[in-house]
Ligand binder design. Structure first.
Ligand code: NAD
Length: 384
């Protein structure tokens, strides 16, 4: 088997790294970046601070702060206009997964035109795009280091995964100080997203030797630090560890894949507007319980990395312990069920066949150790 590893050409990771953003962008020979962010980060002054850093390096940046959570095809239009108006030569995605994914989509559409549906997986986009520089403010999506962008089709409510090297940032500036303002719920949801990336990258049928190491390291780090970051958002050590793990998990799944949890999670986000990490968390224990029998050794490695099992546990026992540990983690992080979150049961049941169809069509379930039928996916939706 030929292993492959694609990652940003430049990675600056560590406390205070944001101060180096101007030097990174200037060092790439870029002059007119469009800083793409959301209203929250513009409102806190964080975006203005980055603009100052960019200007300090002799650059001519402009700001677009109109991104929305879980970006849609409709939400891209004003960003494209801002890109053209500025004559941007690059795009900086500043925020959680949503602004970074918006930046990636704008960078591609600004050069190639068309609509994001044209670039939906399994299509792999090999064409050019403007260079993207990613500056994450959550420790979760890993989008700063992935060749993926997730955009919802406004016409159909389908959360589309779009793939290809054009979506891989040329540089990522990963500064844990930017995550200190995350409230506990966002910390938990994004942290579970990162853990799901790492576990799914490791158990995926597309896993490989490079991604295995990154995935297991990320699992171990998240096991030791997520509860700490949730309990005390000012815990700098926990924040730093989570930030690093999220980027490692992003590289891991971008070069391996995600699997059934993500395949089933996207339709929940699209139809019920549940935050992405939270819908992963709602599914994670049940989907893992469904899957472990197909790859007990791999799940056992995840259990041991997470600290849920020891080397002397058999693979079957360790993978059962992983399921228990995920239930406990979700309880400790106050993860609701879809019903206790307030989702109408009849609406959930009514949409289950469509959600199962959309999950399968995304291709992610085919990477799962146990590849489910549509009926099994419907059963899993009924179980959570
Ligand atoms: P997000 O970007 O959707 O942001 C959620 C909320 O958190 C927003 O209101 C935002 O303003 C706020 N926020 C962001 N940083 C903050 C901070 N430091 N302090 C306080 N509030 C802050 O959240 P996310 O979970 O990072 O991203 C989710 C999106 O990323 C989803 O659309 C998901 O599909 C996508 N995603 C993409 C990839 C990829 O590889 N491209 C991977 C996983 C998820």
């Amino acid at each position: 088997m030929v292993a492959s590893l694609s990652l940003p050409r430049i990675l600056r990771v560590g406390r205070g790294a944001a101060e180096e953003l101007g030097a990174v962008v200037a060092g790439l020979g870029l002059r007119r970046p469009l800083l793409v962010t959301d209203a929250f980060l513009a409102g806190t002054g964080a975006a203005e601070r980055l603009l100052g850093i960019l200007r300090g390096s002799g650059l001519h940046p402009a700001l677009f702060d109109g991104t929305v959570p879980d970006p849609t095809t409709d939400s891209l239009a004003p960003g494209l206009e801002a890109l053209r108006e500025h004559g941007a030569d690059s795009v900086i995605g500043f925020g959680g997964g949503s602004p970074m994914d918006t930046a990636k989509a704008l960078a591609l559409l600004g050069v190639q035109g068309g609509g994001m549906r044209d670039y939906k997986a399994p299509h792999v986009n090999l064409g050019p795009a403007l260079p993207v520089i990613a500056v994450p403010t959550t420790a979760g999506s890993g989008s700063e280091a992935t060749q993926v962008t997730v955009i919802t089709d406004s016409a159909t409510d389908e959360k589309m995964m779009c793939l290809g090297p054009a979506f891989l940032p040329i540089a990522a500036v990963v500064d844990m100080e930017l995550t200190l303002s995350m409230p506990p719920r966002l910390t938990a949801d994004t942290g579970v997203d990162a853990l799901t990336h790492a576990v799914e990258a490791y158990v995926s049928r597309k896993s490989g030797p490079f991604t295995d190491g990154l995935a297991l390291t990320a699992i171990a780090t998240i096991g030791r630090h997520l509860r700490r970051a949730y309990a005390d958002g000012s815990d700098a050590g926990a924040r730093e560890a989570m930030m690093l793990a999220a980027t490692q998990a992003g590289i891991a799944f971008s070069n391996s894949s995600v699997a059934l949890v993500h395949g089933m999670s996207r339709p929940i986000g699209a139809h019920f507007h549940v935050a992405h990490g939270l819908s992963n968390a709602m599914l994670f224990p049940a989907v893992t319980a469904f899957s472990v029998h197909a790859a007990p050794e791999r799940y056992a490695d995840c259990a041991r990395a997470l600290g849920a099992a020891t080397a002397t546990d058999s693979a079957a026992s360790a993978s059962d312990k992983l399921v228990d540990a995920l239930h406990t983690l979700c309880r400790d992080l106050d993860v609701p069920t879809p019903r206790s979150y307030g989702i109408d049961h009849a609406a959930w049941t009514g949409l289950t066949p469509l959600m199962a169809e959309q999950a399968l069509a995304s291709g992610s379930p085919a990477n799962n150790p146990a590849v489910p039928t549509a009926a099994q996916i419907e059963e899993l939706y009924a179980r959570v």
